[in-house]
Design a protein around this ligand. Structure first.
Ligand code: BTX
Length: 319
């Protein structure tokens, strides 16, 4: 929250604002102010710092602007409407509420920061202010709940394609993690509303670590970002545009031709197999060789005794 407030103060002034003034107005330490200035810079804000004078906001054109993103989507005839808020508990929670209230397909809820970002099974998802993408898109596909796993794989295929277009070499780890150099850069959460035989809305929540440079301790060994891998910042607007373009395109394909049409894209980017893995499912551990996926999106694992198991949900650890 402090970064947003710091930005507000800088915007209100056409001259330098001293660090002391920011720290006393916001009740923050000088170190915290400096950290917020750094994170604003990582978002693309051009902020000059001059000793004994303070900070001056020089330019903010490089920052992800929802209006600019919307204009690009319109120009490319992609029927997505951006619904942006600077800070939200979770774009997913808001999108699920909007979907229940009847929001149209193509509504994309975005935020610069999530204070209660959600992963699967109630796990937390970290989205620090302004350095990542947090997007939840509402779809209203003609499908039943049983197809949900393949919808998630479709989103993973689209996200992997978008990252490839940005010059990265992503790998999909079944079912919904996207890795760069073996670390998680993107997570996908699919949630639905409707009856078993008819989905009324499907909300795809995608989080991508774009310019995040520092992760909380618990994530340091497992998470990475585009900027860490590239060694320089990546435009959040470009990343959002690519992601939404590919997601729209692949979801259209999924709805009209089924997952079989998207499957080659998913397989192209999936971790190669056979690969030794451990799957944790219903508190049961299964060790075996990952053999790929079936047409319905389930994962095939062959255990030592030669038996092949179909895994519907859960997470895998590469062993
Ligand atoms: P998941 O359950 O597969 O992953 C959650 C786990 O990932 C956490 O327990 C933690 O170990 C790790 N993790 C948390 N934050 C990060 C991060 N930023 N980068 C890498 N690893 C992390 C994955 O769930 C699904 C995430 C979906 C997030 C999107 S963002 C937009 C939308 N809004 C929302 O609240 N969720 C979705």
């Amino acid at each position: 929250m402090g970064a947003e407030e710091t930005l507000k103060l800088l915007r209100q002034s056409s001259t330098y604002v001293s660090g002391e003034k920011i720290s006393s107005s916001l009740n923050l330490s000088r170190t915290a102010v400096w950290k917020h200035i750094q994170s604003l810079r990582a978002m693309g804000y051009d902020i000059k710092a001059v000793r004994n004078r303070g900070y001056l906001l020089v330019d903010e054109t490089a920052v992800l602007s929802p209006d600019k993103l919307q204009a690009r989507l319109n120009e490319a005839c992609i029927p997505i409407t951006i619904d942006h808020t600077a800070s939200l508990p979770s774009t997913q929670t808001k999108a699920m509420r909007l979907a229940a209230e009847g929001a149209p397909a193509g509504t994309a809820v975005t935020a610069d920061e999530q204070t209660g970002g959600r992963g699967r099974l109630g796990r937390p998802w970290s989205t620090p202010f302004g350095t990542a993408l947090a997007i939840s898109v509402i779809f209203r596909p003609e499908m039943d709940m049983r197809e949900a796993p393949t919808a998630t794989l479709t989103a993973a295929a689209a996200a992997a394609e978008a990252l490839e277009e940005l010059g990265f070499t992503p790998q999909i780890k079944w079912p919904n993690d996207i890795l760069l150099n073996g670390k998680k850069v993107c997570g996908i959460l699919t949630e639905m509303q409707g009856e078993e035989d008819r989905v009324s809305s499907l909300v795809m929540g995608i989080g991508i670590n774009v310019n995040t440079r520092e992760f909380p301790e618990a994530l340091q060994d497992i998470a990475t970002s585009l900027a860490i891998v590239r060694g320089s910042s990546v435009s959040r607007e470009e990343a959002a545009f690519r992601l939404l373009s590919r997601l729209h395109e692949r979801m259209e394909q999924f709805q009209h031709e089924g997952f079989q049409a998207v499957r080659p894209v998913w397989e192209k980017h999936a971790l190669s197999h056979p690969k030794p893995v451990t799957v944790v499912q219903n508190r049961r551990k299964l060790k075996g060789m990952m053999k790929g996926i079936k047409a319905d999106g389930t994962l095939l694992i062959e255990t030592e005794d030669g038996e092949v198991h179909s895994i519907v949900s859960g997470g895998i650890d590469i062993t």
